[in-house]
Design a protein around this ligand. Structure first.
Ligand code: GLN
Length: 380
């Protein structure tokens, strides 16, 4: 394996989902729903295939989807973007992240990450040859340590990567935090790359897009996808919204990574994004009920549960159960209890920082969540 990828192992999500199957454990690890996406979106995909939308799509997205993304962004942020020049369709947000890093970061540029962070950020930054500076968000509220952030910025800082709502903690960046980050970026001429794939799963507060803050659109790449909002994580349809000068860079990388994204699914994605507001309300209501079952259940089991404002994840402190670290705890939980969670140490540059925390997901039907809680109550 190439040196720049030597340190990365099989992703923790794959490892844990394989163990779930092997041990017949209930999988509250990898974040994928165990229920299907909406019928009208699936129908739109079938129709697109039947209508012969099966050859290469235009590289940066089929016009219908670029427009639907721009309209949705206008509803969400009030910003008017040009669907042709500022929206790029990618194969999932994961590809948008890779294209952004590879298309906009030079060797030895510094990029600031907040730990815990989603694993692909570090790997794609490493592919881009970036130097990572990492700032740790700490429990109980995982707020941004502003002084540490200020001292991490140097003349070589090219970008700050934000993920809100935040995987794995469920933290949502507050307006105050975003304002401070924005003014530091403007002052120091730094870009923001923001991964907002959980924006429609915000429970305790309203989601705020960095791009909507004064002076920020022109220095921000906003990334999102279809998977979480429409329970279609396997479709791998994502997009990046950015001003033309940044879009140019990420499109260059996208052209040579995947060239174009699956054509019929793009038409279906456009149909999905035109869903009425009631779809989004119902999604939030359903997930709110699932969240309550899991959070109350985990508390009753005896975990210390940290508040999660968004995403379909919740992080707990496992130390009341006496295992030596998060990896040992998750192994015990799979083999002895029959439930899968994700150890969080893999989301940190310094794994020690995550050794007391594990992540559970509630993107499962209510029966599954209840069974998992029951197993833990009885046996843990
Ligand atoms: N985003 C999903 C999670 O955090 C996992 C995606 C993946 O398996 N790469 O669980």
């Amino acid at each position: 394996v190439a040196k720049r990828l030597e340190k990365f192992k099989t992703t923790i999500f794959t490892q844990m989902s394989m163990l779930a199957i092997k041990h017949g454990a209930i999988n509250l690890g990898q974040g994928f729903p165990n229920f299907d996406g909406p019928e009208f979106v699936k129908e739109a995909a079938i129709q697109a295939i039947k209508d012969g939308k099966n050859q290469y799509a235009r590289g940066y997205g089929v016009p219908d989807l670029n427009s639907a993304v721009a309209s949705r962004f206008k509803k969400d942020t009030g910003l008017e973007v040009d669907p042709e020049k500022e929206v790029t369709v990618t194969s999932g947000c994961t590809e948008a992240i890779a294209a952004t890093m590879l298309g906009l970061i030079n060797n030895s540029d510094e990029v600031i990450l907040f730990a815990p962070f989603y694993d692909s950020y570090e790997a794609t930054l490493s592919m881009a040859g970036a130097k990572i500076k990492c700032i740790t968000l700490r429990p109980p509220d995982f707020s941004v340590p502003i002084d540490e952030l200020k001292s991490a910025i140097s003349k070589n800082t090219r970008a700050i990567l934000i993920n809100t709502p935040h995987n794995p903690t469920g933290k949502m960046f507050t307006r105050e935090e975003l304002n401070v980050i924005a003014s530091l970026c403007i002052e120091n001429d730094v870009l923001v790359f923001t991964d907002e794939v959980y924006d429609k799963l915000s429970f305790e507060m309203d989601h705020i897009s960095m791009a909507s803050l004064p002076g920020m659109y022109e220095r921000t790449v906003t990334m999102n996808s279809l998977g979480k909002t429409f329970s279609l994580t396997g479709w791998k349809i994502g997009w990046a919204i950015a001003p033309p000068h940044l879009t140019w860079g990420l499109r260059q990388a996208h052209s040579f990574l995947t060239f174009a994204t699956c054509t019929p699914m793009q038409y279906a994605a456009a149909a999905a994004l035109r869903a009425p507001e009631s779809y989004y309300e119902e999604l939030k209501r359903d997930y709110g009920a699932k969240k309550a079952i899991l959070v109350e259940g985990l508390k009753a089991v005896g975990f210390k549960v940290f508040p999660s404002s968004g995403t379909y994840f919740v992080v707990v402190d496992h130390t009341p159960f006496g295992l030596k670290d998060d990896i040992a705890f998750c192994e015990y939980l799979i083999k002895e209890i029959g439930v899968v969670a994700i150890p969080t140490s893999v989301f940190y540059l310094n794994p020690e920082d995550g050794k007391n925390l594990v992540r559970f997901t509630f993107c499962k039907d209510e029966g599954t969540l209840r069974s998992a809680v029951k197993r833990m109550k009885e046996k843990l």
